[in-house]
Design a protein around this ligand. Structure first.
Ligand code: PXL
Length: 279
């Protein structure tokens, strides 16, 4: 199916570590979409587990990029935000989306800021408040459990979760404003892991086998794969399964890698298959 969409992807570039733009670009391209990349910062590595990383803040470039684009009269099918470098940046990006979007633009916000009960190193406790404003403008948001707890001011719990906890988070997230919620990192028992969705008052789940260990960048693989497939108009359950499969298979491949390349997961080898499933 030829159905190319134009997606504005707003994330950092972590030179090493396979996350944010270095994941979003190849995954969305594999689904056949055109990607306009807006780098929010350039870091030598991502901030998870490295010491001494560099951080070049590109906030000052964002408004000039937007002003130039405004002269081009383009239509954008989707805006996809991920890791944003500062509170000020979140605010500017929100404004940029409002100025550039048109009636049919989809706003997809992955509120990247925390995992395993903790905010990422670079963020202050005030960051979730600003991210909540950006989520209010979104059509779809895709937080993990920690991000969902911070956004909704709910106690963070470790899994296995109760249905009641997950469905309370979904309902509170939906009250923030977005139409659709995808909540990642959901598991009700130790053997399976997946995502919950909430759409028009309905809740559903997709799961695959749970793989032990912590793997960086999997949230970005999942969110990018979801958006790429979603914009091809697949049914949401199928879209979520495609995204979950790419993520789970990338983790498995990385686990089995005899060279132990652990700076991000090997999603690259799954892109051919992903392209076939989305098209
Ligand atoms: O994968 C999320 C992510 C993206 N970008 C940077 C990060 C992280 C998570 O730690 O540090 C710079």
């Amino acid at each position: 199916m030829i159905n190319q969409k134009r997606i504005v992807a707003v994330h950092d570039i972590s030179c090493l570590g396979k996350c944010s733009l270095t994941v979003a670009l190849p995954v969305l391209s594999a689904a056949g979409h055109e990607v306009l990349a807006v780098p929010t910062a350039v870091l030598s590595t991502h901030t998870g587990g490295f010491k001494g990383f560099t951080f070049r803040d590109l906030t000052e470039d964002l408004i000039p990029i937007m002003r130039h684009w405004q002269t081009l009269n383009l239509e954008y099918d989707a805006f996809y935000t991920g890791y944003l470098g500062s509170i000020k940046q979140v605010d500017i990006i929100g404004e940029m989306i409002q100025k550039l979007k048109t009636k049919n633009s989809l706003v997809f916000v992955d509120p990247v800021m925390a995992d395993n009960g903790k905010l990422y190193t670079a963020f202050s406790d005030a960051f979730p408040d600003e991210m909540r404003h950006l989520c209010a403008q979104a059509d779809i948001i895709c937080p993990n459990i920690t991000e969902a707890a911070l956004l909704t001011k709910t106690d963070y719990k470790q899994g296995p979760f109760s249905r009641d906890y997950i469905e309370t988070l979904l309902r509170k997230l939906s009250n923030l404003g977005p139409n659709k919620i995808i909540l990642t990192g959901v598991f009700f028992e130790e053997k399976t892991l997946g995502a919950a969705y909430f759409d028009k008052g309905q809740t559903g789940y997709v799961f695959s086998d749970k793989i032990d260990g912590f793997f960086h960048g999997t949230g970005d693989v999942f969110a990018s794969a979801f958006l790429g497939a979603y914009l091809k108009n697949h049914h949401k359950q199928k879209t979520l399964k495609i995204a979950l499969d790419l993520t789970a298979e990338s983790i498995l491949r990385t686990k089995k890698d005899p060279y132990k390349r652990t700076y991000g997961v090997n999603f690259e080898a799954g892109l051919g298959d992903y392209a076939l499933k989305t098209n």
